[in-house]
Design a protein around this ligand. Structure first.
Ligand SMILES: Nc1nc2c(ncn2[C@@H]2O[C@H](COP(=O)(O)OP(=O)(O)OP(=O)(O)O)[C@@H](O)[C@H]2O)c(=O)[nH]1
Ligand SMILES: [Mg+2]
Length: 377
């Protein structure tokens, strides 16, 4: 028999906790091969959540209560994980919200994925069969889905559809390995930090569809502004994206300078001049990206691997040049080759170039650099 510990942080969940505990033990009594414990980490909820749990402990010997200060969701999870690992010696840890948003009936689906070899299973609202509540306001829907897209794109890990879900099953070795990293994240961003760390350690990630049910009792504890700021900051500081953007900006300066010189000094026509200047910038970017932005994925395997990647890089760059040239050609043809009075008489090609780079070249390059040139193993 393997042991799983379900960690449930609570803050003012008096109206939900009894029903949740009953449901969890009902489901877990039917799973073969697993002994399931539940650890409630209650941050001294003023509404008496802790009292309810204490009374339930009489009935459920596998129910445990850890009382903590209110220091945020991440801290509550870390404390719950530590105590469970120490006292219960689990093989697997679960994260689950207390507000009945996470249906305990999914527990067997998580265990099945683990038994099939996954290390980290996510209850995902964004894969087929999963969903977010239909009655969520537009603001929350947009925030959740755009937020996830930014994280997926930032880390260029598009295969994981739900980074922020708080319903997860995680093997103990991952949590132990992540301790020193995740300890720095007290709030909700802890979830992103833990998953990021698991990926860095090559954990096998799987997802099960989760139909997220909106809470019926109690209120949300999430501080959206703090969460958004911390999550964006985490993505920027832990992914290659910010360095990639800096290198891109440098490339932009080189590109711009050369384009300007080609057009104004050498009198080359605008479209080919832009293609040429882009090529100069792209070659510079290859070296800086390899030795800085994507240093952790630096081209390995000797001289020939290097030559091969350089060849591929040039092929990818060709796409960039074609987009630049084609975009510029179309823009000049259909939008006009004039001076824009609203922008102080700026030549229109300059504006087109900025827009082409921001909205076409950056996404195109970031995806291909990650997925083709500096691909992980
Ligand atoms: N122990 C502890 N639990 C917390 C803390 N903050 C939130 N929680 C719990 O973490 C879980 C998720 O919090 P929620 O407020 O439901 O956040 P959410 O699920 O993102 O948002 P809603 O579902 O809209 O409420 C719930 O079980 C909360 O009670 C905290 O500081 N300490
Ligand atoms: Mg909730």
């Amino acid at each position: 028999m393997k042991r799983a510990s379900i960690i449930i942080p609570t803050y003012n969940e008096e109206g939900n906790i009894q029903q949740l505990v009953e449901q969890v033990f009902d489901v877990s009594s039917h799973v073969p091969n697993w002994v399931v414990d539940v650890v409630i980490v209650d941050s001294n909820s003023p509404d008496g959540t802790g009292k309810v749990v204490e009374s339930l402990i009489q009935k459920y010997p596998h129910l445990h209560l850890l009382k903590t200060e209110k220091e945020g969701l991440g801290k509550a999870y870390m404390k719950g994980f530590k105590i469970a690992i120490e006292k219960l010696q689990p093989y697997l840890l679960f994260e689950m919200d207390a507000d009945l948003s996470h249906d305990p009936k999914l527990i067997p689906a998580f265990l099945e994925k683990i038994e099939k070899g996954a290390d980290f299973v996510i209850g995902s609202r964004y894969i087929k069969g999963g969903s977010i509540p239909a009655d969520w306001g537009l603001y929350r829907k947009v925030l959740s889905s755009i937020g996830n897209l930014i994280i997926r794109f930032g880390f260029m890990k598009l295969s994981i559809s739900d980074w922020t879900s708080g319903y997860r099953a995680i093997k103990v070795w991952i949590v132990k390995d992540a301790f020193t990293h995740t300890e720095k994240y007290a709030g909700y961003v802890f979830q992103v930090a833990l998953l990021d760390r698991a990926i860095a350690k090559h954990a096998r990630i799987a997802e099960v569809p989760l139909k997220f049910i909106d809470r019926k009792s109690g209120i949300s504890k999430i501080d959206s502004v703090q969460y958004i700021v911390q999550t964006l900051w985490y993505v920027f500081t832990h992914s290659s994206f910010i360095k990639f953007v800096i290198v891109g900006l440098l490339g932009f300066v080189i590109d711009f300078g050369f384009a300007y010189a080609f057009i104004n000094l050498l009198k080359i026509a605008k479209a080919p001049a832009n293609m040429l200047s882009a090529e100069v910038a792209i070659v510079c970017n290859f070296f800086i990206n390899n030795f800085w932005s994507f240093r952790h994925k630096k081209i390995a395997g000797g001289f020939m691997a290097y030559v091969g990647k350089f060849f591929i890089f040039n092929f990818v760059s060709l796409g960039s040049i074609l987009i630049q040239g084609g975009g510029m050609f179309l823009a000049l043809k259909f939008l006009g080759d004039t001076k824009i009075l609203l922008l102080g008489g700026l030549s229109s090609w300059i504006l087109y170039k900025v827009l082409i780079i921001a909205f076409l070249i950056i996404p195109y390059s970031y995806v291909l650099y990650n997925k083709v040139v500096w691909k992980n193993k």
